[in-house]
Every structure is written in structure tokens, then in C-alpha cells.
Design a protein around this ligand. Structure first.
Ligand SMILES: N[C@@H](CCC(=O)N[C@@H](CS)C(=O)NCC(=O)O)C(=O)O
Length: 224
């Protein structure tokens, strides 16, 4: 499992992002899933500042990631994680309650947690503005109570369904970004959970691949 120009799976990512976003761009999710499943993938890097017009027919919002596998095209990291999970039942069991739990937790990460942690992140960019100062306490209280519920649901389990899955890729990347804002307090069991997920060698490889792509772009720009 590595970045291989001839691999059938193609992940679209940005060729450059500002320093604060490096290592956090959402193509990390499919990269991580591929690494866990032992799937090679190739990269297609597009410019973040001048996104090509044709890209909007593949990703209506011009965002990354998008994925191609042969003739099949997908966008939205959640849909992509489901698709990649189907290729390896270690990431998404074929049937039964654990599969149902995995799908539920994948959606929970992206629709019950991420929209709110993303709002915290966006607020951080405007933290000195009056509206942000007014919004921060109630938003932080809301998100922190949701994180408490999440910690209760995780209980003593290592992973959301008891075994590692695509749901953990989604949830750990969401929580990692939330931690990175420095504006939230997170239950220690969730911090341990994020640490456990990020300690997986597949995550390390996925992160290194994303950072390496930015490094290559900078090198090429330095030459031109
Ligand atoms: N819901 C989308 C969100 C994707 C997303 O926010 N991607 C960011 C990079 S992490 C992006 O492309 N930002 C540029 C933009 O929104 O124009 C997904 O999960 O795939």
C-alpha cells in the first residue's frame, strides 16, 4: 500500500495548502483507509487557489477529496470511506450489528460532531471579532456536552464499534481537528481514543503521503 502512479484508485487532493492546514486536509481520510486496507492509490493534485473548472463536474463544491476507481467516481469523504470499507471487511464488516454500528458511527462523526467542531474551527479564524467572542462560550458548551456523550458511548472500548473501522477514521480525524483548535476541552478518554487511532502505522503513512505531496509541489515551484 503506497502511492503508485499506476494504481487503479485515484485520490484527488490539493497540491498546496497554507501551513496551518497541512496534515489536516480531508484527503487524509481515503489515504488512511487505503493504507489500512493495503490498497495502492495514485494522487491527482489540483491547485487550491485556482481550481480547474472541470473539477466541479466531479466534486460539485470544488472540494477535496474525490476518488476514482476505474470508471467509478465518488466525492464526499464519508461516501468514499464507505466505498473503500466495502473492499475490506476489517474496515466495514459485510453484515450484522457491527456493520450497522460502523455505518451509524460514520454518519455520527460527519453529521453529529463535525459540523459543530468545524464551526469552532471557523470561529477561531475570527476570534478577535466581537461576534466570535459572543458566540464562543455557548458553542464550546454545546460541543463539549456532545463530546461528553461521545465519551460515554465509547465507554471502555478501544474503538467505536469495539474494533477499528472506517468510522474511527472519520471520528479520529474530526476530533484531531477539534483538538487542534485549542478552543475545546475534551474528555481524557476521547484524547486517549484519538491517540490510539493516530498511533496506527497506516495513519502515519497517510499523513506522510499528504505532507510529501506538498513538499514535492514546493520543490517544483522552487525550480520554476
Ligand atoms: N464534506 C466534505 C468536506 C470536504 C472539505 O471541506 N474539504 C476541504 C479541504 S479539508 C476543501 O476542499 N476546502 C476548500 C473549499 O471548501 O473550497 C467531505 O467530507 O469530503
Amino acid at each position: 500500500m503506497s502511492v503508485l502512479p499506476t494504481a487503479p484508485i485515484e485520490i484527488t487532493a490539493f497540491d498546496w495548502v497554507p501551513d496551518f492546514a497541512r496534515g489536516f486536509v480531508r484527503d487524509l481520510r481515503p489515504r488512511w483507509a487505503c493504507e489500512e486496507a493495503g490498497l495502492d492509490y495514485r494522487e491527482r493534485l489540483i491547485p487550491v487557489l485556482e481550481r480547474p473548472g472541470w473539477y466541479y463536474s466531479e466534486q460539485p463544491f470544488g472540494q477535496v477529496p474525490a476518488l476514482k476507481d476505474g470508471d467509478l467516481r465518488l466525492f464526499e469523504s464519508g461516501a468514499i470511506l464507505l466505498y473503500l470499507g466495502e473492499k475490506d471487511d476489517r474496515l466495514l464488516p459485510k453484515a450484522g450489528q457491527t456493520r450497522a454500528d460502523t455505518v451509524c458511527w460514520l454518519f455520527a462523526a460527519l453529521s453529529s460532531i463535525e459540523p459543530y467542531t468545524l464551526e469552532v474551527l471557523l470561529l477561531k479564524f475570527s476570534i478577535e471579532e466581537e461576534w466570535a467572542k459572543l458566540r464562543r462560550p455557548s458553542l464550546a458548551a454545546f460541543v463539549e456536552s456532545r463530546l461528553e456523550r461521545l465519551a460515554d458511548a465509547l465507554g471502555g472500548k478501544d474503538y467505536l464499534t469495539g474494533r477499528f473501522s472506517v468510522a474511527d477514521i472519520a471520528m479520529a480525524t474530526v476530533l484531531r481537528e477539534a483538538q487542534h483548535t485549542g478552543l475545546l476541552s475534551m474528555p481524557s478518554s476521547l484524547c486517549d481514543y484519538v491517540e490510539r487511532c493516530l498511533a496506527r502505522p497506516a495513519f502515519t503513512r497517510a499523513l506522510a503521503a499528504q505532507l510529501a505531496a506538498f513538499g514535492r509541489t514546493e520543490k517544483e515551484r522552487g525550480k520554476s
